[in-house]
Design a protein around this ligand. Structure first.
Ligand SMILES: Nc1ncnc2c1ncn2[C@@H]1O[C@H](COP(=O)(O)OP(=O)(O)OP(=O)(O)O)[C@@H](O)[C@H]1O
Ligand SMILES: [Mg+2]
Length: 375
């Protein structure tokens, strides 16, 4: 997790009426000479769950780097409230001999520091403070929370006690994801997390994000996730950022409506310009009409043009893999997942015709969500 106040980030604690939001102000960014973001501005309210979308190579991951301070913007600033913590999945997936549960617990740096201090503190006043703070941050429930996140991402109780080194890279990425979720940053940045999740993990994450208590920005190519987990879309398009409230489908509808309006406005503008131009062409050489023609020239200049709609495909959405994704209707299960035995949920993978119930789980299930045993 990034501490606050690292280089490249203009910080501001002055948020007036809306503390907790992140504001990107006149941001520009360039990579190897190519302008990716051009004087873009957007403000995200506190607690929003925003999907960051844009075509491949538009600069979404670059924007994350600017937000975290890993890259400096060419112009502009990023403002987040003082002391807010930004968290993202570690680049290096943990591969140590430590048990997974320990790795995840350690991600909460404050809890770690307080526990360490409690071991050595002698001042009764300070000891009381430490225990009060531990209670405030719900340290007593830390282990069960960490275990529940790991379980959601596919690690059963046994797997949680195994060393990270016994898992492959993909599974370790899940541990890294579990760690950042557990640390519960004020601003959680997730860059295509479903790349290393299976269906079960993806559904669990959708649910987790939608209930996350703070602000989330997630880059994803998964339409289902963007329709389920987020309540806003930030569109990086033609080097600008635009904020839309609602799910991905709502964003698409709003864009389609805006494009239609622009197309109509362009047609109207083109017709009016054509009409004026025809008058000018016809009468500019005629002395009796020259003055009127001249005033039409001025009107034409004042009128300006309406640009065409440039259809910029947002990103290469991955359509559901029939081997992996359930029919859409099965997402209704999610509400009942806790009531369904884990084994029966894998019907979404084998695609048996009937929706399994607790009473009749699918017999042809495939246990894809279990981490491999150490070799
Ligand atoms: N270190 C680098 N050196 C050179 N070019 C880079 C570097 N990092 C990114 N780029 C280029 O900058 C552009 C933006 O990259 P970025 O990763 O931010 O895009 P993105 O929107 O996240 O794309 P994707 O959807 O494919 O993940 C791309 O064209 C990419 O090839
Ligand atoms: Mg990217």
């Amino acid at each position: 997790m990034k501490p606050r106040g690292f280089p490249g980030l203009a910080l501001s604690g002055e948020f007036g009426q809306n503390p907790g939001m992140i504001t990107l102000n006149n941001l520009s960014a360039r990579i190897v000479g190519r302008l990716l973001i051009d004087q873009a501005s957007v403000a995200l309210p506190a607690g929003i769950k925003a999907g960051l979308v844009g075509k491949n190579g538009a600069g979404k991951s670059t924007l994350f780097k600017i937000i975290t301070g890993d890259m400096e913007a060419e112009t502009g600033s990023v403002s987040i409230p003082k002391n807010a913590r930004i968290g993202q999945v570690a680049q290096e997936a943990p591969g140590t001999e430590e048990p997974l549960i320990e790795i995840v617990l350690k991600a909460d740096k404050e809890r770690e520091a307080l526990l360490a201090e409690a071991e050595t503190a002698t001042d009764p006043h300070r000891i009381a403070e430490i225990h009060m703070r531990l209670s405030d941050i719900h340290a007593h429930s830390a282990e069960s929370r960490a275990a529940s996140i790991l379980a959601g991402l596919g690690f059963d109780a046994d797997a949680q006690l195994r060393p990270a080194s016994s898992f492959s890279g993909g599974w370790r990425m899940r541990v890294a994801l579990a760690a950042v979720l557990f640390s519960e940053p004020d601003l959680l940045l997730l860059d295509e997390p479903t790349n290393y999740l299976d269906l079960e993990g993806t559904l669990w994450l959708e649910d987790y994000i939608s209930k996350y208590p703070h602000t989330v920005i997630i880059i994803s190519h998964d339409r289902d996730l963007l329709n389920t987990a987020v309540n806003a879309i930030v569109h990086l398009d033609q080097q600008k950022l635009t904020f839309y409230r609602g799910s991905y489908d709502q964003f698409e509808r709003q864009r389609a409506e805006a494009n239609e309006l622009q197309t109509k406005a362009k047609a109207k503008n083109d017709a009016a310009r054509k009409h004026l131009q025809a008058f000018i062409d016809r009468f500019k050489a005629k002395a009796s009409k020259a003055r009127q023609a001249q005033s039409r020239v001025k009107a034409l200049e004042r009128m300006g043009t309406v640009s065409s709609v440039i259809e910029d495909h947002v990103q290469g959405f991955k359509f559901p893999d029939p081997e992996k994704k359930p029919p859409r209707r099965l997402s209704r299960w999610k509400a009942h997942q806790s009531a369904i035995r884990p084994a029966s949920r894998s019907c979404s993978i084998c695609r048996c015709a009937s929706i399994p119930t607790t009473a009749s789980p699918c017999s042809a299930r495939t246990a894809t969500a279990s981490p491999p045993s150490p070799s």
